[in-house]
Design a protein around this ligand. Structure first.
Ligand code: FMN
Length: 174
């Protein structure tokens, strides 16, 4: 679990920098990233679209970003079967860029898709994929005991041999 606080002075500038730095290599359609500034009403509306569990910690985030995948190519409106792949890669790049700037970014699939679509009038040709909460890490001495335990927990990752097959489907490496 990542905790965030409010100390970003100019979150909109930052969100532009993140987009600029993170996405130039990806073909991503206009409107695929919708960012919410902390002091705007829309930020609170966006927060309220998250699951309660996510709201509990994301309420301290400086920026919320909603990532959407355009189902079609924007130049010819033909179906784009890589749209979710591209959007996921762009989100990962945003997280990497944020980390490189000393920030933390936490992706969330736990939100009410239909409520979000209606509130922000997002067209049906966009799939709503995830929210990303971005901010500075909360100082350790400000964390609750429960959060601190989670924060210090060893990160769990599947062993590579479970993820990679070698040469043929189902063939595991040693
Ligand atoms: C698509 C996607 C959806 C996720 N949804 C949530 C979520 O709703 N709530 C949450 O706390 N973490 C969610 N996570 C997990 C966190 O973003 C993060 O990857 C996880 O806490 C592991 O963090 P770590 O890399 O620091 O161990 C999601 C991750 C992804 C990629």
């Amino acid at each position: 679990m990542i905790l965030l606080n409010l100390s970003l002075k100019n979150p909109f500038y930052l969100s532009w920098k993140l987009r600029d730095g993170a996405l130039h290599a990806w073909v991503i359609s206009p409107g695929s990233l919708l960012s919410f500034k902390k002091d705007a009403t829309a930020w609170t509306q966006a927060l309220n679209c998250l699951s309660i569990g996510n709201q509990n910690w994301a309420m301290d985030a400086s920026i919320l970003v909603l990532a959407c995948a355009h189902k079609n190519f924007s130049n010819n409106e033909k179906s784009n079967r890589w749209s979710q792949y591209d959007t996921g890669a762009a989100c990962e790049n945003i997280c990497l860029q944020a980390t490189s700037m000393g920030l933390v970014a936490h992706q969330m699939g736990g939100f009410d898709v239909e409520k979000t679509r209606q509130l922000f009038q997002i067209p049906s040709q966009y799939d709503l994929m995830s929210f990303i909460a971005i901010g500075y890490p909360l100082a350790v001495d400000k964390m609750s005991e429960a959060s601190l335990i989670k924060e210090k927990e060893a990160r769990k990752r599947k062993p590579l041999r479970e993820i990679f097959y070698i040469n043929q489907w189902g063939e595991k490496s040693l």
